[in-house]
Design a binder for this molecule. Structure first.
Ligand code: SF4
Length: 418
């Protein structure tokens, strides 16, 4: 992991919804966008709040029509996270959204008719202290109005190395747009340069990060349904974040946007870019040694524990004792299943050996009890008291099931860890 690249910092939000900082030393934030109509006020508020409950930091809404910016007057007082108005083609929508009290504007200067209109938006944002994201997308950087020019540019684009030419074009456009903001002495800016090609996203943001110190909004655009979209997005954004590039992000899925929020947060947790909220679930993939319905158990553990446990407690659900203890080392609470039973450990100490139907409830009970202990200051997360030593896997069944059934699998104290 490379150190975080230092960028300027901008602030999105207000005293009521909270102020989210982007860039500098602020934690990397997660964004999403509503999928429904903004003018459907109640549904829009419900959608935003659903994402807020899942942990999103900022939500963007589209405002293609006047009725959408009018709706913002009713939406903004009802939501609990900062809202960005996404503006394309109509600069008036940006002015109306600013007037309604929106917390940020997303603008693609390339699809606003003239520079004076862009200037009007910049000046209005400056007056209200609202930042602007300058978004350049691969698909929209060539002016659609000028077909001849588009064809010429595309001709060049195909004549040379595809990615290299597009990369140059995106950076050139971004520089051109930033000049407009520089000329107005407006620097409350974040920038994005999205593509649907993961390798292009890595290349373009890497180049941009060398040229500008504005905070970077990462994303792979039109990434597809979650199945493919997650892989495209995580490989691109994960690479950039590991290289210290990126201050805020949005995954874009052609499916329920709640998954954009969940996956965006998981990406940041996995890279250690954010402190996890709630359980960190470890589970084995199962194999021929499995003797319980582990997939159902894991799903149920996730469903029951996620809403109830606040602390970033590591919980391991392992299919057997063979590799389980080794793989679950470091888990605060672990269950090792076998022979239709589950042995539950809390920080390395065995606390229960229960039949399969009781595993879930007992695990939940132990997790809640452990969380309460941590909250009372009687235990610390991640502090292993004893090592769990796995049983000899070479036996009649090879899985240690006999030993589990007989209750022979005990922890062996080998001393406290620091
Ligand atoms: S923990 Fe046991 S069941 Fe799960 S993958 Fe490892 S060996 Fe297989």
């Amino acid at each position: 992991m490379n150190p975080r690249r230092l960028t300027r910092q901008i602030t999105v939000g207000d005293a009521r919804v909270g102020r989210v900082k982007i860039g500098g030393d602020a934690r990397v934030s997660v964004q999403t966008m509503t999928a429904g109509y903004t003018h459907d006020i109640d549904a829009c508020v419900r959608e935003i709040e659903r994402y807020a409950a899942a942990g999103v930091d900022i939500v963007r809404v589209a405002v293609p029509e006047r009725k959408d910016t009018e709706a913002l007057h009713h939406i903004l007082p009802q939501v609990s996270v900062p809202i960005v108005a996404d503006v394309h083609f109509h600069f008036q929508r940006a002015l109306e959204a600013i007037d309604a009290g929106v917390h940020k504007i997303r603008l693609n200067p390339g699809n606003i008719a003239d520079r004076d209109q862009v200037n009007q938006v910049i000046d209005a944002c400056k007056d209200r202290g609202i930042p602007i994201r300058i978004g350049v997308n691969e698909g929209s950087i060539i002016e659609r109005k000028d077909k001849q020019r588009r064809m010429e540019e595309l001709g060049k684009f195909f004549a040379e190395h595809k990615s290299g030419h597009m990369l140059a074009l995106m950076i050139a456009k971004l520089e051109e747009y930033l000049d407009i903001f520089d000329a107005r002495d407006f620097h409350d800016v974040s920038i994005s340069a999205k593509s649907m090609d993961a390798s292009m996203v890595i290349d373009v943001y890497t180049e941009i990060s060398k040229r500008f110190d504005y905070p970077l909004h990462l994303g792979v655009t039109h990434a597809g349904p979650r199945e493919t979209g997650a892989i495209r997005s995580i490989v691109a954004l994960g690479t950039l974040l590991a290289n210290g590039i990126g201050d805020t992000l949005r995954l874009s899925y052609a499916s329920d946007h709640i998954d954009e929020v969940k996956d965006g947060l998981e990406l940041l947790y996995s890279l250690g870019k954010r402190t996890r909220k709630g359980i960190d679930l470890i589970a084995c993939p199962t194999c021929g040694r499995i003797q319980v319905d582990l997939f159902t158990l894991v799903k149920e553990v996730e469903r029951k524990l996620l809403p109830q446990i606040e602390l970033p407690m590591k919980v391991a659900v392992m299919g057997c004792i063979v590799n389980g203890p080794g793989e679950a080392e470091g888990a605060d609470v672990a269950v090792f299943a076998g022979d239709r039973r589950g042995i539950i450990y809390v920080q390395g100490q065995r606390v229960a050996n229960v039949p399969e139907p009781e595993i879930l409830d007992r695990l939940l009970q132990e997790c809640l009890a452990f969380e309460a202990k941590v909250k009372r200051g009687e235990a610390k997360l991640g502090e292993k008291v004893v090592e769990i030593v796995p049983p000899d896997p070479i036996g009649a069944l090879g899985s240690g099931a006999d030993k589990i059934r007989a209750g022979f699998v005990e922890q062996v104290t080998i001393g406290k860890t620091s």
